[in-house]
Ligand binder design. Sequence first.
Ligand code: ME8
Length: 653
Amino acid sequence: MRAFYITTPIYYVNDVPHLGHAYTTVAADALARYHRARGHATWFLTGTDEHGQNIEDVARARGKTPKQHADEVVVRFMDTWKRLDVSNDDFIRTTDERHIKVVHETWKRMEAAGDIYLGSYEGLYCKRCEAFYTEGQLEEGRRCPVHQAEATVVKEPSYFFRMSKYQDRLLEYYEKNPQVVLPEMRRNEIVSFIRSGLRDLSISRTSFKWGIPVPGDEKHVIYVWVDALTNYISALGGEGSEKYKTFWPSAVHLIGKDILRFHAVYWPAMLMSCGLPLPKHVLAHGWWTVRGQKISKSLPATRVDPNRLAEDIGPDSLRYFLLREVPLGLDGDFSYEALIGRHNSDLANDLGNLLHRTLAMTEKYVGGVVPRVTPALDETEPHKTIAGLAIRARDEAERHFEALAPSRALEAIWEFIRGANRYVDAAAPWTLAKDPARRSELDHVVHTFLEAGLWAAWLAAPVIPRKAREILGQLGLADAPIRWPTAWNQELSPGSRIQRGAPLFPRIDEAKQAELLSRWIPPEAQAAPPSVGAAALSQPESVAGSGTITYEEFARLDLRTAVVKHAEHIPKADKLLKLQLDMGGETRQVVAGIAEAYKPEDLLGRQVIFLANLKPAVIRGIESQGMILAAGDKQVLALSALDRDVPAGTKVR
Ligand code: ME8
């Protein structure tokens, strides 16, 4: 049987769960649920990272021992995951005995491979990241780029791991296995990081105690990342266990991009040293900001509490929003208004409405009982179209869930749900109901609605598990399993009675929205700037506040020539065109605000100048992977051009 093992990072217990943690965990949950529905042997692991200097400091500040502190915070994580219907099969804590045992084994294996030696370390250490930095990697005031926390000088004896030894092997491995680190952009980052040279890694500390002691030298505690990364194997029971044998070869580590280096360089090097196979995928997702701001302890407005949202709007609406709004891999900006918008349009309007109409018609026209189908009718319109849409949605959803792309799977499923709503109108049961001679046609139509509702529930269940169950209940299938649909119009049993219940996703009207916003947004943040619009996100940040920039700043812009291969309008966006650009072998998709100045057909084959390393953004639901240069301030007057053709992808300086 096929196996699927998915993990989240184990979260530090120095914080309580916020939107970012919820995102990774819900995404992993959806993927795990998809694989379970497909009947694959599935194992989903999450947990907490409880050692390290930072946790020791936080606990001391609270007047607790580190373990007491961890025991309290861990409950917050476990409760949050319950509230969000997270279906993890295990929860690992780095203070678990089973974990400590495997960390010791791992250390000994690396030692036996000749990869650990004693030295001494002097460097700048960030406690929040639990990582060393070079002066050049830190921002002003020696602050770390991730948390803006000040790094301190650390000088102490330390064991080192011979990471340098694995530089070539890692490069070769990623060369041969380009699908391991995803998305591609992140793999490129990692490959150039490795290429720039790997230094041996300090993997023990003596200046604090809260950690796993080094076997045979208890003055040292093991570096928290060596400890933490091992969780992915310790939770399976270590090498040799049945669970390890079943699941490890299929491991997918879902993480945020902040900790990619640890997962795509340190961890694989450790595994190589232990003689163990590498994970199948490391997928680094993007970073959420909240209303345009970085999530931070010091900014209450950014402290979005997933528990509160789940309670007020339902876990499924939050889960759906997080997974639908932004493709896994790209950065996203959270706003409460956008969350409510998705709830109202996709869930209340599209899915809720489909079920509501379906059940009402089943009661009205066929006495509330699942009617029979006439298979031959499936070959006629509009039945044929809806059957085609259903099968396509299932196949596409399958493809995208397999490719770890839940947002795309949801797009495909909603395409079908919207199609099913149109089908209700096209099939016009109200007309058929007037003519007793057309009873079998009426039966067929009502059956098809119900079947569409069932397919929608099954396909979307990985993301909205609670509502999927409710839908099954209302279709009279309370005890039916959640599984993946197979044969169209053959999944329901004629004769069973539906159980119409409360509306699935009650619409949030303006009054309710105002009430929710005042509850969700802390008073001191009510006047916070509005969320950064998608268009603004697509603009480059000003390189320097004003005045001049240095050549080094300019040189960071990766300007290239590119040729327009395809251009099209974006529905309901008068100013935007979607372009596919050839950058010399590589294709990039760009959303450009040039529709008022250029027709799509005028652009084909044109050479443009393209900013290739602009942070990707999602504009009107479409990923934009760069920016083309044009003249004009608010209005585009002309596109950039060269006075003679050069190969696509040529650098512009
Ligand atoms: O790094 N947007 O734990 P951590 C998206 N213990 N995801 C976010 C986010 C945001 N703004 N903020 C946090 C650690 N995350 C280590 C991991 S694993 C062996 C050890 C998510 O508590 C995202 O998954 O700082 C990120 O990688 C993780 O939380 C960091 O959690």
